[in-house]
Write a protein that binds this ligand. Structure first.
Ligand code: NDP
Ligand code: 2IT
Length: 442
């Protein structure tokens, strides 16, 4: 049995209760199979795969807090410190009802590979809680954040582990988390990124993930002598990543026709009106269904048919496994040309395989959504040197880096499979991680 197959077999046995973790790891390992085979004895001897897969540390704790009705609430908090091989642990925090160890382990594993691609000295981590911020008052959110930080602060620091935002954790939550860290430690330091601008945040961090996806899309199209202008794009999600991807796509004169939330999706064949979307989602924090009250010609659906929309490019920006094999079949039937991920692992492995075998260009999130953590890295540099960069400086560095990443992937691309960005991204991350891991000893 090949080393990769042996590790996948053991993974399935050992972590049968953690499907998302198995999915993310298997996708990476299978894409690395031919690379590992070239030097199989060496990698096997050093147990490189097992050492890259198992998180260095998993922290799980109880978070008890009191809601507005004076009821006691109990949640589980986590931080998965996956890898410190390339730098201090780095990755976001997710507050969502479906958060569990499997979800956070997959995200932390992906983050390690993603951070390796950025070229910055960042390890990989992810954390969060099964706390559901929906329908919670501001006081409840602050209360929860403070109790979560009361435990987390013991394990983080600007040179140890630097969390940031993710689903359900935006500027408001980061502010409460930062305030409580400061209270507990008496230290004002860059322990979190995606902070508010008034207390050490970086200009451009809010926009970075969504803008980065579009900068990478622009470059991938350019390599094919194509351009983003006039492309019809389908986006899912309507949170931080989706909104800023839509914003940059519109600026570059593409037409975005869809967006979604967990209740349903909108189709606006005139092109999404960003002003309305921002008003609903960012200002009023309402459901997306409100959009059609502002724009009666648009349509709202409470089904999962978004992926049946005929478009040139899809950008899934909501959550894991939102695109299944059936959706991929619909995409191919409707002649989609390119799928580029804003979210982490939004496609099942079967969906990815189907798109790739039908000639659809697929760009994995660990490359395309890395603009967020990249600018988090820039935020850390600014905090450490106590200076601030202008929006233009951050944005132009982001754009340059997303372009460079496409070029890096093209350099390692198998000439037989010129569109396999998945394999290229995984090979680049793996080589860097494996070398650093082995150099640092057992
Ligand atoms: P937000 O919380 O701002 O938005 C999340 C969006 O996805 C909302 O529209 C939400 O709808 C929808 N969504 C969340 N969970 C589900 C679900 N289970 N089913 C259907 N829809 C869902 O998060 P972000 O925009 O920050 O994150 C989106 C994705 O991008 C995630 O996969 C995240 O890991 C990834 N990402 C984020 C980065 C960042 O910098 N923020 C960086 C790189 C990747 P609703 O409001 O109804 O829940
Ligand atoms: O998935 C991600 O890359 C993030 N949520 C951002 C992580 C970060 O540290 O900025």
């Amino acid at each position: 049995m090949s080393y990769v197959q042996e590790v996948i077999t053991n993974l399935n046995k050992k972590y049968s209760q953690q499907p998302e973790f198995i999915q993310a790891v298997s996708e990476v390992l299978l894409s690395l199979e031919s690379t590992i085979k070239q030097d199989e004895n060496f990698y096997r001897k050093h147990r490189v795969l097992e050492r890259l897969i198992v998180p260095e540390r998993i922290i799980e704790f109880k978070v008890t807090w009191i809601d507005d009705n004076q009821n006691i609430q109990v949640n589980t908090g986590y931080r998965i410190q996956h890898s410190s091989v390339l730098g201090p642990y780095k990755g976001g925090l997710r507050f969502h009802a479906n958060v569990n160890q499997s979800v956070l382990k997959f995200l932390a594993f992906e983050q390690t590979f993603k951070n390796a691609l950025t070229g910055l000295p960042l390890g990989g981590a992810k954390g969060g809680s099964d706390f559901d911020p929906k329908d919670k008052s501001d006081t409840e959110i602050m209360n929860f954040c403070q109790h979560y930080m009361s435990e987390l602060y013991k394990y983080i620091g600007p040179n140890i582990d630097i969390p940031a935002g993710d689903i359900g954790v935006g500027a408001k939550e980061i502010g409460y988390l930062f305030g409580h860290y400061k209270k507990l430690t008496n230290r004002f330091e860059g322990v979190l990124t995606s902070k508010g601008l008034s207390y050490g945040g970086s200009l451009g961090r809010t926009e970075a993930t969504g803008y980065g996806v579009i900068y990478m899309l622009e470059e991938v199209l350019k390599q094919k002598n194509d351009k983003i202008e006039n492309k019809v794009i389908g986006v899912s999600g309507s949170g931080n990543v989706a909104i800023h991807a839509i914003e940059k796509a519109l600026e570059l004169r593409a037409k975005v026709v869809t967006a979604s939330d967990s209740n349903g999706w909108i189709l606006d064949n005139d092109g999404i009106d960003l002003g309305i979307l921002k008003e609903i989602k960012l200002k009023k924090r309402q459901r997306l269904s409100e959009y059609v009250n502002h724009k009666p010609s648009a349509l709202y659906f409470s089904n999962n048919d978004l992926w049946k929309t005929p478009v040139d490019v899809f950008i899934p920006c909501a959550t894991q496994n939102e695109v299944t094999l059936d959706d991929a079949i619909d995409m191919v039937t409707n002649k989609v040309k390119l799928v580029i991920e804003g979210a982490n692992m939004p496609l099942t492995n079967e969906a990815v395989g189907y798109l790739q075998s039908h000639g659809v260009v697929y760009v994995p999130g660990k490359a395309s959504n890395s603009g967020g953590v990249l600018v988090s890295g820039y935020e850390m540099s600014q905090n450490a040197s106590k200076i601030t960069w202008s929006f233009e400086e951050v944005d132009s560095k982001l754009r340059e880096k997303m372009i460079e990443m496409v070029k890096d992937m093209n350099r390692v691309m198998d000439p037989e499979y010129p569109n396999n960005y998945l394999k290229a991204a995984n090979v680049l991350g793996f080589k860097k991680l494996a070398e650093a891991l082995i150099s640092q000893g057992v």
